[in-house]
Design a protein around this ligand. Structure first.
Ligand code: ATR
Length: 288
């Protein structure tokens, strides 16, 4: 595309931002949809988030994504915050409006759209959720909001699991999140579950590990969904598959959180065909 006087700018603020795949998602969408838009990474130093957001607004930036470590901090720099993002307590997308930016969270809807596109259901399901950090907390909220029948939330630190479960149960008014210590996995009921892996264990470059190594645990899983996409075949996924379960990585979640942000910035709906085309580009980049 040709950058001219009408080109709109979107970007990513975070630290680090150097390894991001978001420019590939958004610039591919802009090119395929013939939009006069560019997406660039902005490395923002600690303590500079507020001035970065104000500066971006002054520069007529159309929208921003926000990544680690600023997803909560950025909330103080916004004019408005969407209800879902407020509930999750994290914003990853800023949308320009009159007078400032409005904050959204597209990670959770992104995961939901990614799972739906694979035919994975949450409603009525009994789910094992591994982890109690920021990502797991958002997934717990998703599962409760989408009417999972029960979510066993397993974490190394059981206090954190209890805190997240208590908070999500209270926020959603549903008593479906059951906190457990990770080491108590053998107390899980004897049945098959959808399991969502939301810890940082197994993430590149620490690729050889999974939070639980015992085959007996993986015999209880019919579908394993790892939020990690690098590597694209995690140890968790290998262990699920070894016991005959289906396993998925988090690249589609990344794709859809980007697509939902792009839809918000441009006030459009991106078709599934287009999403698939962008996914092919992402997979090629990842060598899968
Ligand atoms: P994120 O924002 O990506 O969720 P986080 O908030 O740092 O990251 O959370 C990391 C999660 O991975 C936590 O659930 C953490 O467990 P603890 O709460 O017990 O720390 C989990 N985690 C990290 N390293 C782990 C390990 N070696 N074994 C088990 N769980 C681990």
């Amino acid at each position: 595309m040709t950058i001219d006087g009408y080109t709109r700018t979107c970007g990513l603020i975070g630290n680090p931002v150097e390894h991001t795949l978001s420019p590939l998602i958004h610039n591919t969408l802009a090119k395929k949809l013939s939009h006069n838009l560019v997406y660039v990474p902005f490395h923002v130093e600690e303590g500079k988030v507020l001035s970065a957001v104000q500066g971006a607004y002054a520069l007529n930036v159309l929208g921003l994504n926000v990544t680690v470590p600023y997803k909560s901090q950025v909330m103080d720099a916004l004019l408005e915050i969407d209800e879902l993002a407020e509930k999750i307590g994290a914003v990853n997308t800023l949308v320009r409006m009159e007078g400032g930016f409005k904050g959204y969270n597209t990670d959770m809807p992104g995961l939901y759209r990614a799972m739906s596109s694979e035919g994975i259901q949450i409603e009525g399901q009994e789910i094992i959720l591994l982890g109690a950090g920021g990502a797991a907390r958002a997934v717990a909220l998703l599962c409760a909001s989408k009417n999972a029948s029960k979510v066993y939330l397993l974490n190394r630190s059981v206090e954190k699991a209890q805190a997240v479960a208590g908070e999500v149960n209270e926020k959603t008014g549903k008593n479906v999140i059951l906190p457990m210590s990770l080491s108590d996995y053998h107390h899980l009921p004897d049945q098959k579950f959808l399991a969502i892996q939301a810890t940082s264990v197994g993430l590149y470059p620490d690729t050889g590990r999974a939070v639980i190594e015992d085959d007996a645990f993986y015999q209880k899983i019919h579908t394993g969904y790892d939020l990690i996409y690098k590597p694209s075949h995690t140890r968790f996924m290998q262990l699920v598959q070894k016991q005959g379960g289906k396993a998925y990585h988090g690249l589609k979640m990344l794709l859809y959180q980007g697509i939902i942000a792009y839809e918000l910035w441009n006030d459009i709906a991106v078709s599934e065909e287009m999403a698939t085309e962008v996914y092919e580009v992402l997979k090629e980049k990842m060598g899968i």
